[in-house]
Design a protein around this ligand. Sequence first.
Ligand SMILES: Nc1ncnc2c1ncn2[C@@H]1O[C@H](COP(=O)(O)OP(=O)(O)OP(=O)(O)O)[C@@H](O)[C@H]1O
Ligand SMILES: [Mg+2]
Length: 345
Amino acid sequence: MVKHFETRRGVFRAVNGVDVECAPGTITALLGPSGSGKTTLLRLIAGLEEPTCGRVFFDNEDITSLGVQERDLGFVFQGYALFKHMTVAENITFGPRMRKMGIDLDAKVEELLKLTGLTGLGGRYPPQLSGGQKQRVAVARALACNPRLMLLDEPFGALDPLVRKSLRRGLREIVQQVGVTTIIVTHDQEEAWDLADHVVIFNKGVIEQRGTPEEVAREPASPFVMNFVGDVNHLPSHCQLVRKMGFHTDKPYVMCRPSDLSVYTNFEEAPHAAPATVHDKANVGRVVRYYLRFDDGVDVDFAVSRRVDEERYDMDVGQRVFVEAPPSRLMGFDYPELDGTAVVA
Ligand SMILES: Nc1ncnc2c1ncn2[C@@H]1O[C@H](COP(=O)(O)OP(=O)(O)OP(=O)(O)O)[C@@H](O)[C@H]1O
Ligand SMILES: [Mg+2]
């Protein structure tokens, strides 16, 4: 799929050759920096945007020339509002009524209200609902026409983390029960990891990596993905830690995840480790975060759960420590490789 926009500054390559395949009944999460082309891809799939080139298939049927209405989709788009002058029930049945689907509308409403945990709220108007309830109505409305594919663009964007979490779990159950193939765009990585069978990492209109959440977390395919997915330390590649670990790269910097560091408090335990000093310590919720400073002045973050900290570390500021980072978990990089801003050709 390719989508180039003509702009005054030239051709803008919003989507620049991506190939996404979604297995029936699965959830695919699209992740990527702002402006990387996620919404554009959903709009192309939905038929709201005409591709520069590329095609959309449902099973083996080429649907590229079909209009939006003919594609059998349900969608909840970024900031997509409910009809305020219609009740929840009327919002949900809007699609089936427009399409004269000839189904038992009352039964459909009851089924979808139950599925989305909104039983009893069918007669309310959107202003009488909480944000989370409105989002669930939007999902129910998207499901009302029995879509072949559901497209969700940051459906829980503006909600507080607890509500998001419960909606997320609800969504997963709904998708499993209905068996509808789903593509969701989210900025929230925890959300993607929690929900998705597959994740697709976008950058500048192309796919950097795709795979199961575990694969992407375990084996990031590029410095961009490693930096984008989860915490990382950035180190100069000639620093003590990198050299002591015997890691070689021709790149000027090296990344490592705080969770991949091994920290010892006795030199005897790790005679080949790089010595450092606990420079600072912060309690952030259930995690204790240490800032370690190597003797060459380079700093790293090291984070452990509070329980592990109490059992194993409980280090003091100023204390000497010995740090190892397995070379297999280090990755050389240069800063331009991490840049997620799109290019104008
Ligand atoms: N009609 C248009 N004309 C010109 N440029 C466009 C048009 N629509 C989108 N773009 C550009 O294409 C790029 C991709 O936009 P898109 O909305 O797909 O990004 P996104 O990944 O969804 O970002 P966000 O996470 O901020 O929602 C952006 O830089 C945007 O400015
Ligand atoms: Mg978007």
